[in-house]
Design a protein around this ligand. Sequence first.
Ligand SMILES: [Zn+2]
Length: 408
Amino acid sequence: MTKRLFETDPRTFAFTATVTELIEIDGDEIVGVVLDRTAFFPASGGQRADKGALAGFEVTHVREDGEKIVHELAGASGIEIGAQVEGRVNERVRRNHSQQHSGQHILSAAFDRAGLGTVGFHMGEGYCTIDLSGKASAQAIREAFELANDVVREARPVTVELFECAELEAKFAGSRLLVGLDKLPEGHSGKIRLVSVEDFDNCPCCGTHLQKSSEAAPIVFLGEEKVRGTSRISFACGAWALDEVFRRNDILVSAANALGTSIAEVPKIVESKVQSEKALSKKLADAEMKLLDSSVDTWIASAEDVGGLKLVSALCEFSSNKLLNAAAEKTLQKIEGIVFLQNRAEGRTQIVIAKSKTASKDIKAAFDELMKRFSGKGGGRPDFIQGGFAGDVDDSAIFAAGKELLRG
Ligand SMILES: [Zn+2]
């Protein structure tokens, strides 16, 4: 069992402890060190693990293993069971995590007042999410963040106390200030660690917390996503909130500069550019469609003879892959034989292989082999098959192989 120093004094960052166990992880690359006591918070309850150094080596991860806490060290050597080692928790990282966690308690309590409970909490890298029990309206989100930030500004004390379960139920009987008691693991025994934000929220929790609500300032809304009809709310607190505000501002300023406009005008200008691009694409496709007849004639003029059938093949330069089918159909109106067309547009290579109803050639076998060789995907009728290749592909190699397979 590892004594958890962060539970009683979250401001202990430097400590000495005795190594009680060594666990080999991933060969010699990572060593798991178990101590008799630690100030390192392990990943749990939605909170990320602390970072820092132990015995002079970087702590890459900290996790729970039953009653023990395992510190994973990269490239560590020379540590022995029974040795005294020094640990140092990265204060800035811990402070960031505590800001998120306390901020989450406050935000969840604010949503709770709108009848929206918190059913999940995740701390990512630089942002957090909570999953609400229902769908939150834009107004409910706005009000919850306003209330949470009011509570932050009021600098309410955040305290941690240990209670027996029955004691807790009696103390908060009929009060809406206690949340999360129903989420205790089944068969829970022993004392409950209650984290309280004065006169606002009381929640059983194992995480590290701030001393005053104001240390979480500000709590910033980053977005809402629908998950199975309920709302997932993204947010950031404290230093992460400031980082995210700067990051988003940089993105917006870059967009405004590229468009030669002000930040406020960005949505309007982008919308008009999207509309005009759509119109231009349509005009271009219409023009290409009109030119199709002469393109088809050019391809037919250089058709090959394959066992008495005409094989028309072309590496097209259409602005959209959507024109391929029409081009293949037009070609088959003019010849008896096989047509193989390939085009690259919108970051994707697309092919169509088709044949006249009277042609006996098995184009499906050639198509399947081509898909296999170049990891493509597709399908269709026996006489009209389409396929595609995502990402960066060698267009001339695909085209050459396709022709070769159809000749065979
Ligand atoms: Zn918590």
